[in-house]
Design a protein around this ligand. Structure first.
Ligand code: NCD
Ligand code: ZN
Ligand code: ZN
Length: 454
C-alpha cells in the first residue's frame, strides 16, 4: 500500500508550534517527528504553514440511504464529509426502511462498504418491540431513541417502553430529547394557522427540558450510558451542569443551534430553518457555548439532515425539519478560532477527541503512533465564503451560504489515502471502512475544565 509523508506541518495537538513530519503507511500513522520516513514515502506532501488535525468524527448525520437517495446517499454524503474534513460519520436509523433489524443494519453496512469515501458507523433504531436485537446486533455506534417524533417514523413514547430499554443491556443510548405529549399539546393549541415562527413554541424549551430530565433520571437509575443529541436550551445546559455524571452521561451541540438565532434566521430563511429541536434565540445559543467551554456539553456534531429545496419550500406544517451541515461543521469551528472565541485545542476536543472517546471508537480522534491515518490538513489563514458550488451534498443549499469564514480544510486523508484536496474529491474509489467500537460499557473521559485550558 502506498505511503505518504506530510512534511513540515504544525500539529494542532502538540503544545509547541514546531514543525513535524508525519509518515503514513498501510492506513496508519507510522512515525511523527522531524526527518522521519523521508526515504520511504511514495508521495511527499509539503505542508509548510498548514496545520494538521485528527480527522473530524461527525457522530450525527442522516445520509438518507436507503429510501431517500434523491436528497442524499452514502456516496454523496461521505464526499461532503471528506470535503469538510470529516473522516468518520455515524449515520442515524431514520431511513426508509428504518434501521431497526439485523437485516436492515447489515444492508446499510454493505452499502457503505461499496460507496463510502470516509469511515462509517451506524445507529440501531429503537422501537417498542425490538429490545433483543438492540442488545445483540454487533458493532454499532449505539441505540438511537426518538422520545419526540422527528423526520421518519421512529418513536418510543410511553414511559414503560423507555424504561425497558434503559433497564436491559449496557450499550450506549443516544436520544432525541423532546417530550412528545407536550409537542402534540402545543401543536393542537396553535392549530393549522401556525407559522415557522411558532416552531419554537410547539417544540418548546419546556418540552426539551422535561424529556432531558426524564432521561437523566433513567440513566442514573439503571447506570446506563446515555448521550443526549442536539441540546438546544439554556435550561437543559443548567440541568446537565448540575446532574450530569461524568463517564455515564454525555451531550452534544450542533452548529445551527450555536451559530444561528431566532427570529432573524426565520426572517432570512423561512422554512429552510425549520429543524428539530428548533433553533432558538441568542440567550440559548450563548448558554450552549458556555456549556461547551466548561465541559457541560462534550462535543459537537452536525445533525446533517438534508432535504431538497422543493421539500423545504412548502408551507410550515408540510415542510420537513432538518438542514445540511456535515461540510460546514469544521470551517465554522475554525472560524471561531480565528475570531478568538475558542482555541484550536478546544476544536480538536469537540470535533475529534471527545466524540471518539464518548463512543468508544478505536484508534481515532488523535494524531498518535499506530492510530488510523485519518487526518485533515487545514489552512488557518484561508478566508473563503460558503457557496453552493462547493457542496457535495445533494441538497446544495445551506443556511450558512454566503458566510465568510477563516480556516478551511486543504486536504483530507482517510486511512492514509488523500480523498479530498482543496474542496475537490480526488480519490477514485470509496476508501471508507467500518469503525471499530471498543466492546465496553464505555466510561468516557471528559476533561476537567482545568485540563481543557491551554
Ligand atoms: C432530522 C432528519 O431530517 O432526519 N431532522 C431534524 O430536524 N433534525 C431528524 C432529527 O435529527 O431529529
Ligand atoms: Zn433528532
Ligand atoms: Zn438528527
Amino acid at each position: 500500500m502506498a505511503s505518504t509523508l506530510i512534511k513540515d506541518a504544525f500539529l494542532a495537538t502538540s503544545k509547541d508550534r514546531g514543525r513535524y513530519d508525519i509518515f503514513l503507511q498501510n492506513g496508519k500513522i507510522l512515525a511523527i517527528g522531524l526527518g522521519v520516513g523521508a526515504h520511504h514515502a511514495d508521495e511527499v506532501i509539503p505542508a509548510k504553514g498548514l496545520t494538521l488535525l485528527p480527522g473530524v468524527l461527525d457522530t450525527h448525520v442522516h445520509f438518507r440511504e436507503p429510501g431517500g437517495t434523491h436528497k442524499e446517499s452514502l456516496e454523496s454524503g461521505s464526499k461532503a464529509a471528506a470535503a469538510g474534513g470529516v473522516t468518520t460519520f455515524f449515520d442515524m436509523p431514520n431511513t426508509s426502511p428504518s434501521t431497526t433489524t439485523l437485516e436492515t443494519m447489515a444492508a446499510k453496512k454493505a452499502l457503505a462498504a461499496q460507496s463510502s469515501f470516509v469511515n462509517y458507523g451506524f445507529f440501531m433504531g429503537a422501537t417498542s418491540d425490538n429490545l433483543e436485537v438492540l442488545n445483540t446486533v454487533p458493532q454499532v455506534a449505539g441505540i438511537k431513541i426518538y422520545v419526540g417524533s422527528s423526520t421518519g417514523s421512529l418513536l418510543v413514547s410511553g414511559p414503560e417502553a423507555l424504561d425497558q430499554i434503559f433497564a436491559n443491556g449496557d450499550r450506549l443510548i443516544a436520544v432525541h430529547s423532546e417530550d412528545e405529549a407536550m409537542i402534540q399539546e402545543n401543536q393542537s393549541r396553535l392549530g393549522d394557522q401556525a407559522s415557522v415562527y411558532d416552531h419554537g413554541l410547539i417544540r418548546s424549551p419546556e418540552a426539551a427540558l422535561k424529556a432531558t430530565q426524564q432521561l437523566i433520571r433513567l440513566a442514573k437509575k439503571y447506570q446506563r450510558r446515555l448521550h443526549i443529541v442536539h441540546v438546544t436550551t439554556a435550561e437543559e445546559v443548567a440541568y446537565l451542569r448540575d446532574h450530569k455524571i461524568p463517564g455515564l452521561i454525555t451531550a452534544e451541540a450542533c452548529p445551527h443551534h450555536l451559530f444561528l438565532n431566532t427570529p432573524t434566521v426565520y426572517d432570512q430563511f423561512g422554512t429552510l430553518a425549520k429543524v428539530n429541536p428548533p433553533i432558538r434565540d441568542g440567550k440559548h445559543a450563548e448558554a450552549l457555548w458556555q456549556g461547551l467551554l466548561d465541559g457541560t456539553l462534550d462535543f459537537v456534531a452536525s445533525d446533517h439532515a438534508p432535504h431538497t429545496l422543493d421539500e423545504k419550500n412548502q408551507s410550515y406544517l408540510k415542510a420537513p425539519s432538518g438542514m445540511p451541515g456535515v461540510q460546514t461543521l469544521l470551517p465554522l469551528l475554525l472560524n471561531q478560532v480565528a475570531s478568538n472565541k475558542c482555541s484550536l485545542k478546544q476544536v480538536v476536543d469537540w470535533a475529534c477527541t471527545q466524540p471518539a472517546s464518548a463512543y468508544g471508537v478505536k484508534n481515532k480522534g488523535a494524531i498518535q503512533l499506530g492510530y488510523d491515518a485519518d487526518l485533515v490538513l487545514v489552512d488557518l489563514k484561508k478566508t473563503q465564503s460558503v457557496t453552493r458550488a462547493q457542496s457535495y451534498s445533494k441538497s446544495e443549499w445551506s443556511c450558512f451560504e454566503g458566510c465568510k469564514l477563516q480556516g478551511w480544510p486543504v486536504m483530507t486523508f482517510v486511512n492514509g489515502v488523500k480523498v479530498c484536496e482543496h474542496g475537490v474529491i480526488c480519490a477514485d474509489e470509496p476508501v471508507g471502512r467500518p469503525v471499530v467500537f471498543e466492546d465496553r460499557t464505555q466510561p468516557c473521559h471528559t476533561p476537567h475544565p482545568e485540563e481543557a485550558k491551554l
